[in-house]
Ligand binder design. Structure first.
Ligand SMILES: Nc1ncnc2c1ncn2[C@@H]1O[C@H](COP(=O)(O)OP(=O)(O)OP(=O)(O)O)[C@@H](O)[C@H]1O
Ligand SMILES: [Mg+2]
Length: 257
């Protein structure tokens, strides 16, 4: 029997097909959400079926999650990101106590006990401390998202970014570039600025090890290192951190029977 989880995020939509016999991922797809979340979910589902060599009728149930989860008519149920992320991480790290998820539009810290979420904090009101902040800065600095990590690793000093708001921080870096400040030091400063924001959130929820980081920003190893330094802990990262919510949704779809 197979089940499917679909996570419709602000930036990306993931579809994961799970083989319930052995709890193995049969296929997964990560696609851009774009302007129509319903179409994105349909397209991701179709291509995950194709990759798995399965027909729609072979999927026993589908759970949708993410901000666009309400608008997926072919899903049997929609479940919050907090529950789906918790279920997704526990499949890789059963003893986990804290999850830090940084996506494109929000960042969240989830506290777990016995694999279940017992508390969480979510920042979805402000772009600072999210992947969107890094996207805006990458554009202003004319670099790709993939360049943050190598620049972080090779640069020793940083320039502190004092603005906490994304819009003001963008003006601040444009002004720093205008004053001839080394671009790499600005980039390192930006990475520490996002790590500072997330550290404050983690401290409010209370840090307990083991800790896992998920979401697209977990691909930015500069942010991962800066966070490890600030928090003083090692962050576990799943093999593909972006599919955590969809994977958890596929597990929760299995539990519907
Ligand atoms: N290869 C990469 N290297 C560095 N950063 C990346 C990479 N891929 C994605 N990101 C970061 O991940 C962010 C998107 O994360 P993700 O796909 O988890 O978002 P989402 O789930 O759609 O958003 P949300 O959960 O907030 O609705 C981007 O804003 C970007 O900062
Ligand atoms: Mg997400």
């Amino acid at each position: 029997m197979y089940t499917c989880g679909i996570d419709v995020g602000s930036v990306s939509t993931e579809s994961v097909i799970l083989d319930n016999k052995n709890n193995k991922i049969v296929s997964y797809v990560i696609a851009l959400t774009g302007s129509n979340s319903k179409n994105a979910a349909e397209a991701a589902f179709e291509s995950s079926l194709k990759k798995a060599g399965l027909k729609e009728s072979e999927i026993k149930s589908i759970v949708a999650t993410g901000y666009g989860r309400i608008n997926i008519p072919f899903a049997n149920k929609n479940i919050t990101e907090i529950s789906c992320h918790a279920r997704g991480v526990v499949s890789s790290f059963p003893d986990l106590k804290t999850v830090i998820d940084i996506g494109g539009q929000d960042s969240k810290v989830i506290k777990l006990e016995g694999g279940n979420p017992i508390d969480f904090l979510m920042n979805d009101k402000c772009a600072a401390g999210t992947g969107r902040f890094l996207e805006v800065m990458a554009k202003a600095l004319e670099i790709s998202l993939e360049e943050f990590t190598p620049i972080f690793n090779k640069t020793s000093d940083k320039v502190d970014i004092t603005s906490t708001c994304t819009v003001f921080a963008e003006s601040e870096i444009v002004s720093l570039i205008g004053h001839g400040v080394d671009k790499n030091k600005i980039i390192k400063g930006l990475i520490y600025s996002i790590a500072d924001r997330v550290t404050t959130m983690v401290e409010r929820v209370g840090l307990e090890e083991p800790v896992c980081m998920t979401g697209g920003v977990a691909k930015n190893l500069g942010v991962v290192r800066a966070l490890e330094e600030k928090l003083g802990v090692k962050l576990n990262i799943p093999d593909e951190p972006r599919i955590t919510g969809a994977l958890g949704a596929a597990y929760l779809a299995r539990d519907l029977h």
